[in-house]
Every structure is written in structure tokens, then in C-alpha cells.
Ligand binder design. Structure first.
Ligand SMILES: C[S@@+](CC[C@H](N)C(=O)[O-])C[C@H]1O[C@@H](n2cnc3c(N)ncnc32)[C@H](O)[C@@H]1O
Length: 279
């Protein structure tokens, strides 16, 4: 599928894919490039741009806001409360004891939710942690939640959700953690908002934000599956560098840092797979 069905259109589409990957890590392999093409075309007609090459030049050399807008259209933001909740349980019930055995008491347990989308993941972590007072002991929980998409972050800060986001949550849990916000919408209760801070950040440029900060636990779930293999490798390496000694990195249940040589070692936490720094 091309601009005009010709190879030049294919080339321009490849250039656009390359630019997006260079700046965000997100990549559309050839079999999914038609999706990118469809999204580009709808934006191009809004902007009255005739060719993919025109849009490529506008993105590369024009207003950075246009690039951000495009990212908001091509990203996959699918998420919901208590997604892959076994991993969160494993971190608090087993991982924490392991980290504390290495580091001793931790006054502030620093957690990063990278690719937090509209906030369901970090709030789910905060909600689960509230039932783990014994495991947390004196540790105060601090969750940094980052995403590249500012629209998703605005929804996260608002903290009001509908049915789709709550599809895996029991009614009892909804009653405990949310208050009614009108219609079929529910607002995250204040105690679970405290300690969750949202930041705009690009995983592909991790070194540029929260300089030097290290985390005891990093969740980066269902984000790297959309990255090119090279960008995935770089991201895994940077995430590893952001782990505290003995800290744990969790990827999505179907993802693996696998054979990439990125300085990480696989560890089992309960029934779940996690990674720690290999050095
Ligand atoms: C499918 S959602 C996953 C949300 C959540 N982690 C979960 O597992 O439910 C992927 C998120 O990653 C974000 N993302 C993609 N590339 C990113 C990047 N380079 N830096 C930061 N966030 C990124 C997207 O904007 C999107 O919100």
C-alpha cells in the first residue's frame, strides 16, 4: 500500500517509519505499515498535504508539536486496571523481601511505571500496595508514572474512568478504591493518588529525564512490543541502568528481554519472570 501505489510512496513511508523510530523507538514492521499509512493519510488530509514526502519534511523540520500530535495518533494506548495483576502481587509479596534483603530498610520505595498510558497501571499498583502494609513496613511508596503522550497523561491526572478501564475489577474493589463520578464513571479515591506523580517522558531518551534517579521496581509492560529490535535493546539497557542494586524490572507477561545482551539477568519472583542488573 503506498501513497500512489508507486515505489516512491513506499520509500517515503519507510522514511516516516524511520523518523518515528529514531525519535520514539516505535516502529511499524512492513506487515503493519498499512496502519501507519492510514493514520498518516487522515492527518495529511486535515493538513491539506499532498504527499508523504511533504508530511515527512514537515515532521522532520517543522513544529515539534506536529510530531507529538502524530505520536498520539499512532501509539497503542490499550490498558485497564489490574492488568497482569499477578506481577504486581509477586513484586509486593516476594520481590520486596528480596530487595530489602539486599539493601536493608528502604525509607522510600521508588517505583517507575514506564508507558503508564492513562494511569490505570500506576493507580493499580498504588491500590495493591495499600493492602501490603506489612510487606512495606516503614517504606513510603513513591510511584513515578511516565508516558510519551500528553493527552493520556491528562486523563491519568484526572483519574476518572469508565467501564472499559474497570472491566477486570470486582464491584467490591470499585467501591473500595473509587468514588462515583456521574454516569458510569468512577474517580480514583484520594489515598491512591497520593504518591503517584505523572511525567511526560520518552523512554527512547530516558537519560534526559529525572536525571540520575534510580528505582527499586520498574514496570515497563506492553510498551517495548511496539519498538524496533534495536530500540528495544537500547531501552532495556537504559532501564537496567535505572535500577537500584537488586531492583526489579517487569515486562509484560508475553514479553521477554530474552537473548538481547543488555546487562540484565532473569529472576523468578513467585510465578513471574522479572529482570535485575547482571553486574
Ligand atoms: C499499550 S500501552 C501499555 C500501558 C500499560 N503499561 C499497560 O501495560 O497496561 C503502551 C504505552 O506506551 C507508551 N509509549 C510508547 N512509546 C513510548 C516512549 N518512547 N516513551 C514513553 N512511552 C511510550 C504509549 O504512549 C502507551 O501509552
Amino acid at each position: 500500500m503506498t501513497d500512489s501505489g508507486n515505489p516512491a510512496g513506499d520509500e517515503d513511508l519507510a522514511l516516516l517509519d524511520e523518523l518515528i523510530c529514531e525519535r520514539t523507538g516505535i516502529s511499524f514492521p512492513e506487515q503493519r505499515r498499512y496502519l501507519l499509512h492510514a493514520r498518516l493519510q487522515s492527518r495529511m488530509s486535515e493538513l491539506r498535504l499532498a504527499t508523504l514526502r511533504d508530511y515527512y519534511l514537515a515532521l522532520r523540520f517543522g513544529d515539534p508539536a506536529e510530531f507529538d500530535y502524530l505520536v498520539s495518533k499512532i501509539r497503542n494506548g490499550e490498558t485497564y486496571f489490574q492488568r497482569e495483576s499477578g506481577q504486581v502481587a509477586a513484586v509486593f509479596e516476594e520481590g520486596l523481601a528480596r530487595i530489602k534483603a539486599k539493601l536493608g530498610p528502604i525509607p522510600e520505595l521508588r517505583v517507575l511505571s514506564m508507558g503508564c498510558a492513562s494511569g490505570e497501571e500506576p493507580y493499580s499498583i498504588a491500590m495493591y500496595a495499600s493492602s501490603c502494609r506489612q510487606e512495606l513496613g516503614q517504606s513510603k511508596l513513591q510511584i513515578d508514572a511516565c508516558d510519551i503522550d500528553s493527552g493520556a497523561l491528562a486523563r491519568a491526572r484526572q483519574g476518572i474512568y469508565g467501564k472499559a478501564s474497570l472491566r477486570s475489577v470486582s464491584q467490591a474493589c470499585v467501591a473500595r478504591h473509587f468514588e462515583p463520578a456521574g454516569g458510569e464513571r468512577f474517580s480514583v479515591r484520594a489515598p491512591y493518588r497520593e504518591g503517584v506523580r505523572f511525567y511526560r517522558g520518552n523512554l527512547h531518551e530516558l537519560q534526559k529525564f529525572v536525571p540520575g534517579k534510580r528505582y527499586h521496581v520498574i514496570f515497563c509492560r506492553n510498551v517495548l512490543i511496539y519498538f524496533s529490535p534495536g530500540a528495544r535493546r537500547d531501552a532495556l539497557r537504559s532501564l537496567g541502568e535505572r535500577l537500584e542494586d537488586g531492583g526489579l524490572l517487569l515486562l509484560g507477561m508475553t514479553e521477554s528481554a530474552g537473548h538481547h545482551r543488555v546487562g540484565l539477568r532473569r529472576v523468578k519472583i513467585g510465578d513471574c519472570l522479572a529482570y535485575e542488573r547482571a553486574d
